[in-house]
Design a binder for this molecule. Structure first.
Ligand SMILES: C[S@@+](CC[C@H](N)C(=O)[O-])C[C@H]1O[C@@H](n2cnc3c(N)ncnc32)[C@H](O)[C@@H]1O
Length: 263
């Protein structure tokens, strides 16, 4: 398995030692971090009914400030474009055809989604997200790129049971930078259900923040998992998960697994 920088894989960002060292190296980031921690504590207190409700509130707050930054695009529009392009190019190189039927989990404001919609036949893209605020931004992206005629579906969800979707409907399921914000029980719920909507021969690609030390989370927003944890979870639901080495070569901090029906 190729390596991201060793420091990235071995850092426990939740430890006090790491936080202290980070603060010394980046003193200007301390105040924004404290503000974010304060806001997140407030949101957690207001939304005690589970991670989805809490994270939906985080998304509402972030989207109100900047929809592009809310999906991890940072302050620059070029970065938003580049990360979307990277996702699209990767799947194109892996054979994404206009006839494919794609389900995108956590589609955000269609950073990559607009390119998928453009490439796919009308009605072949289905985007879901827990955040109604970001889905409203997704519609604006559709309008900006003149993609109304492609008739994509954009649907808010409360969970990843996928119970409202038909069996074997999708040849490609995609989740970029979604499990990096998800608790393990949400990932488990997704893996327990995604096999039903995945067509025979189809695949489910997802990215995750990889750690090779202790699994941990920061502010209830960013979650770091060991590859084996996710591979085992997939196997429990009759799915095979493969580490995507070629994704590792790309300038992106997360790693990628591809899940298929086990043989
Ligand atoms: C970092 S953004 C990435 C958005 C998009 N995939 C992209 O690459 O631009 C994460 C998105 O996942 C959504 N999300 C987080 N947890 C989710 C869940 N359990 N089910 C569906 N969407 C979720 C968030 O609302 C947000 O839009």
């Amino acid at each position: 398995m190729p390596q991201r920088p060793a420091s990235r894989l071995s850092t426990n960002r939740s430890s006090l030692g790491h936080k202290a060292r980070y603060a010394l190296r980046h003193p200007r980031r301390v105040l924004p971090y404290l503000r974010r921690a304060g806001r997140d504590t407030w949101l957690r207190l207001r939304h005690r009914d589970g991670h989805v409700a809490y994270y939906r509130a985080v998304m509402a707050s972030d989207t109100a400030k900047s929809p592009e930054a809310a999906v991890g695009g940072g302050p620059s529009h070029d970065r938003w474009l580049a990360i979307g392009q990277m996702q699209f190019d990767y799947l194109r190189e892996h054979g994404l055809r206009p006839q494919d039927r794609m389900l995108e989990l956590g589609c955000g404001n269609l950073r990559a989604g607009w390119r998928f919609i453009d490439h796919l036949e009308p009605g072949h893209y289905y985007g879901i997200d827990i955040s109604p605020d970001i889905l409203i931004e997704a519609k604006k992206t559709l309008v900006r790129y003149g993609l109304q005629h492609k008739l994509p579906y954009l649907t808010p969800v409360d969970n990843l049971t996928l119970d409202f979707l038909p069996d074997a409907a999708f040849t490609v399921v995609h989740a970029h930078s979604v499990f990096s914000h998800s608790t393990l029980d949400i990932i488990d719920e997704c893996l327990a259900n995604v096999g039903r909507v995945l067509a025979p021969g189809g695949f489910f690609d997802f990215t995750y923040d990889r750690t090779e030390t202790r699994e941990h989370q920061v502010l209830g927003e960013d979650f770091y998992y060991r590859t084996q944890t996710l591979v085992r979870l997939a196997a429990r639901h009759g799915l095979a998960a493969r580490f995507m080495d070629d994704w590792e070569q790309l300038p992106h901090g997360q790693s990628k697994l591809r899940v298929t029906h086990a043989a």
